[in-house]
Design a protein around this ligand. Structure first.
Ligand SMILES: Cc1cc2nc3c(=O)[nH]c(=O)nc-3n(C[C@H](O)[C@H](O)[C@H](O)COP(=O)(O)OP(=O)(O)OC[C@H]3O[C@@H](n4cnc5c(N)ncnc54)[C@H](O)[C@@H]3O)c2cc1C
Ligand code: FES
Length: 570
């Protein structure tokens, strides 16, 4: 469903492309995912009527929305719709197309500093790395990352009418675009290795493969959302909260006309507000944490002490939902979804202190957005040998405030190393950029030293705010199990919880053996969603360790065999 957003207008003329024999209307700036969602075409990859998949992560991480575009497999969330395109649903188990073009040999590029990811952290790093030769790449067609995601290229923008989040991002992007840094959008890094004192990164993008050799690397790849496995979680129309927000903020498209938003954390409340503002019916907001009250006043006060403006914004968002009559169900979770070819209803229940669930309540909907928290995209740092440890429910990179890791010339800034939110990502990005300048130039100017001190203070503030925020959103009761033995643990390869439990019961309890026995982790997402679920199962009640994780292996992002061959050439 197309919606209007303040300051963002579709600029004509509209055009059409074909999908599974249907004519689909689209506008410049829309991704295939946005145009197909608007047209009610939610099943994008399929393996017969019982196994349909649609947009899930909306950020190029899961591969569920892969379609055949003029014969080539592409992620619908990452590709702009174009006039005359012929798009087909992707058969889920076909891995090669016969007429893939041969890729040109990889371009060879070199720089002082390569930054992977142009979100708040990567952009801030590029802005700070004055005087160095810098390349910054991002697999999305527009820089901005999650927090500063911008409307697609074809939209007409009235800067004065944009919300503060859009405008702050637009200003930062403009600064970096005007700097000597080489900004390469639409380019993904699929492999990274150490070569003597350098880091060599293989990338793929619209102009073909490129191998980038850098003296220093800043990884700023952000986070993905944690999976919430339950019956029906693979139905088209069930997606992450971030995916829905990307459809909305980048494409002015709602995931549905009646949307249930569920999970844990402030992003769900923000999305529900944004949907409401766009005229969409929000069936309910289902939050696992208890209703904020006196018992959590300390956390709220801590947040206000660190950032009063953001704390007030959160209160306003809750009040707006309440005024609009949206049911706010605290201490509740979503436990299953149903539908024929797409989600039609979802069931929620109250959590109880003993970990059980109260009676179910059903909602008739056409979209379900689940945001269950975040996990860092740390596979590249792991592959490069950076040390990781279990922190706050996810594996995080061990790093200093400026992002420096256990590998001297590799920095990880922002949510890609551990979760801190956009303000922390901005501060840490700047600190990482300055640290590289200091390394290369042998020191910083007085102005840069002052900038570094200011950003260290900003980092402390951002961390204090985040700590208060997550205390406020801490669930009061143990998380009940909502999956069954039939529920898919590995969405990509169709491996069920029951299949894994049978192997564990038989004594197969290392990730490599389970992977070989079931193909779990070998799918399009490269284990991003099933890997953490398996690791948690292997770790039991203890912290997850390296031995519970799959070995980090490229390709980290999908690419064609032709690009692989071109990138692998000496
Ligand atoms: C789905 C989602 C939605 C969010 N929405 C909000 C929100 O509405 N409000 C809020 O306050 N916070 C939000 N957050 C949190 C906030 O956005 C983050 O804290 C902040 O954006 C972190 O900045 P970052 O630069 O570390 O990462 P990101 O902003 O995530 O940027 C990472 C960038 O790296 C790119 N990338 C990743 N891997 C590769 C690769 N291999 N090759 C090339 N490029 C790559 C991505 O395309 C992305 O642009 C959201 C987080 C997520 C994950
Ligand atoms: S969920 Fe993608 S490989 Fe398992």
């Amino acid at each position: 469903m197309r919606v209007s957003l303040p300051g963002i207008a579709r600029s004509g003329p509209g055009f059409r492309f074909r999908f599974a024999g249907h004519e689909i209307p689209a506008w410049p700036g829309e991704t295939l995912a946005a145009a197909l969602t608007s047209a009610g075409q939610l099943a994008l990859s399929t393996n017969g009527p019982d196994e349909r998949r649609g947009v899930f992560c909306g950020m190029g991480a899961c591969g569920e929305c892969t379609v055949l575009v003029d014969g080539r497999s592409q992620r619908a969330c990452m590709v702009a719709a174009a006039p005359g395109m012929v798009v087909e649903p992707m058969p889920r188990r076909v891995v090669a197309t016969s007429d893939a073009p041969v890729a040109a040999p990889a371009q060879l590029l070199a720089c002082d500093l390569l930054i992977i990811g142009a979100g708040p952290a990567g952009l801030a790093a590029a802005e700070a790395a004055v005087g160095l030769s810098v390349i910054i790449i991002d697999e999305r067609s527009k820089p901005g990352g999650q927090y500063f995601k911008q409307p697609g290229k074809g939209f007409t923008i009235t800067p004065t009418a944009l919300d503060a989040q859009f405008s702050e991002g637009a200003a930062l992007i403009a600064d970096v675009a005007a700097s000597p840094a080489k900004l390469m959008a639409g380019r993904s890094a699929w492999s990274a290795r150490r070569d003597g004192h350098h880091i060599v990164v293989e990338t793929s993008g619209p102009e073909g493969p490129a191998r980038i050799t850098a003296a220093r690397l800043i990884i700023a790849t952000g986070a993905t959302e944690k999976p919430w496995p339950m019956p029906g979680w693979t139905l088209p129309g069930v997606m992450t909260t971030g995916a829905a927000q990307t459809l909305l903020r980048s494409g002015a498209v709602s995931p549905g006309s009646k949307v249930l938003v569920a999970g844990n954390g402030p992003l769900n409340i923000q999305l529900a507000n944004e949907l409401l503002n766009a005229g969409v019916t929000v069936a309910a907001v289902v939050e696992q944490a208890p209703r904020p009250g006196l018992a959590r006043a300390g956390s709220a006060l801590a947040m206000a002490r660190y950032d009063a403006r953001l704390a007030v914004q959160g209160v306003r968002q809750l009040a707006r939902l309440a005024r609009a009559g949206v049911p706010l169900l605290f201490s509740h979770i979503v436990c299953r979804a149903e539908g024929e070819s797409q989600v039609e209803r979802a069931f929620v229940a109250a959590t109880r202190p003993d970990g059980s669930l109260g009676p179910e309540r059903g909602f008739e909907i056409d979209a379900l957005c689940i945001g269950a928290g975040f996990q860092p995209q740390a596979e590249m740092a792991r592959a490069l040998g950076c040390r990781l440890e279990w922190q706050g429910g996810a594996m995080a990179v061990v790093r200093e405030d400026d992002g420096r890791t256990s590998v001297g010339n590799v920095f990880v800034a922002g949510d890609g190393g551990g979760l801190g939110g956009a303000r922390a990502a901005l501060a840490q990005g700047t600190l990482a950029g300055l640290a590289v300048v200091a390394d290369v130039k042998g020191g910083l100017s007085a102005a840069q030293l002052a900038q570094s001190q200011a950003q260290r203070r900003a980092l402390v503030t951002a961390r204090g705010f985040q700590a208060g925020l997550w205390q406020l959103f801490a669930p009061a009761h143990p998380t009940p199990t909502v999956h069954t033995p039939e529920t898919l643990l590995c969405r990509c390869e169709g491996v069920r919880f029951g299949d894994v439990d049978a192997l564990l019961a038989a004594g197969t309890n290392d990730p490599g053996s389970i992977k070989r026995a079931t193909r779990l982790g070998m799918g399009r997402c490269q284990g991003r969603y099933c890997g953490p679920l398996l690791a948690a199962r292997l770790a039991g009640d203890g912290p997850v360790g390296e031995g519970d994780l799959f070995a980090p292996r490229p390709p980290f992002k999908p690419l064609s065999i032709a690009e692989l061959a071109a990138g692998a050439a000496p």
